[in-house]
Design a protein around this ligand. Structure first.
Ligand code: ADP
Length: 282
């Protein structure tokens, strides 16, 4: 980390930084643990995008839901051309025996925060892409207009693939396939890398891309890279049962993060998208 930036952070935190440890695992920003006599801080920064004011808002909104623990944001700021966020460092501990049951139950309770429209008052980010949250009354309209089409446009401008006609075939089927549920407050990017175990051994959510959306979106995302233990899904379903045949819809919801991944990391994800689309276009 650049010395001048470090001095700037010391001035802002009003404490001497004793050591700086690079953290890996994130996909977008550079992240560090800062050790000071007053305790540890987590800082991440980005030299081109200001992703952090919407991340802060998301963390605050999740905290207000009184479900999951979320790190306290200390500040967001800008130093020369670098945007940053400083927050509480989550000190990990051993996972508690009922961790996954609690995770499922808390997510279900979070999803009971409803609004009558899908979207959010402000746009945020998914990965490094703006995530448009303009309101829609129908879940399917929101999924198509605010989620799939913007990412599909980016994909088709970047790579010479044309998935549009296959997506259109799927869009026609969606009103009959997708459940009619109220919009729920969702984390929006709930893959394996976006939860931590806190010092009490309990689930802590980070990196939100929140909006009021279909709750199956969060459930689908937990399955994208392997899935959470069965206890998590059982506990979720006890608290707030999912609509029948939810398992069959998860691949459809995951077309959105798969498009985002194709745009962020390249062509490898396209065949996965095509396989899902093929199931609905034959
Ligand atoms: P990105 O925004 O690039 O995806 P992440 O938020 O995922 O970055 O953070 C990068 C790394 O730091 C990950 O390994 C994550 O587990 C860890 N991390 C994120 N927030 C905290 C925190 N508040 N305390 C401790 N570790 C954290």
């Amino acid at each position: 980390m650049n010395r001048d930036f470090l001095r700037h952070l010391e001035k802002k935190l009003k404490v001497k930084i004793l050591s700086v440890i690079r953290l890996y695992g994130g996909c977008i920003n550079k992240a560090y643990k800062l050790e000071t006599l007053r305790g540890h801080y987590f800082v991440k920064f980005n030299s081109s995008l200001n992703l952090f004011s919407s991340e802060e808002k998301g963390l605050v909104e999740l905290k207000l839901s009184k479900t999951f623990y979320t790190p306290e944001v200390i500040m967001t700021g800008r130093y020369v051309g670098t945007y940053y966020i400083i927050m509480e460092f989550i000190e990990p501990d051993n996972i508690k025996d009922n961790f996954w049951e609690l995770f499922g139950q808390k997510l279900a309770i979070l999803h009971k925060s409803h609004k009558d429209r899908f979207g959010l008052e402000y746009d945020n980010y998914i990965g490094s892409f703006p995530q448009i949250n303009s309101f829609e009354f129908k879940s399917v309209d929101f999924f198509i207009n605010a989620r799939i089409l913007p990412q599909l446009k980016i994909l088709e401008n970047r790579l010479s693939v044309n998935l549009y006609s296959d997506f259109c075939k799927l869009f026609k089927l969606l009103p009959d396939i997708m459940p009619l549920e109220k919009a729920s407050l969702i984390h929006g990017d709930l893959w394996n890398g976006n939860y931590l175990v806190n010092k009490h051994g309990y689930p802590t959510l980070i990196d939100p891309a929140i909006y009021y959306g279909s709750r199956e979106v969060d459930i689908a995302m937990t399955k994208l890279f392997g899935g959470f233990p069965q206890k998590f899904y059982n506990s979720y379903n006890l608290e707030f049962p999912l609509v029948s045949n939810w398992q069959e819809r998860l691949d459809i919801w995951n077309l959105y993060p798969l498009l985002v991944h194709a745009n962020l990391f390249g062509v490898n994800y396209i065949s996965q998208i095509q396989t899902i689309l093929k199931r609905f276009s034959d």
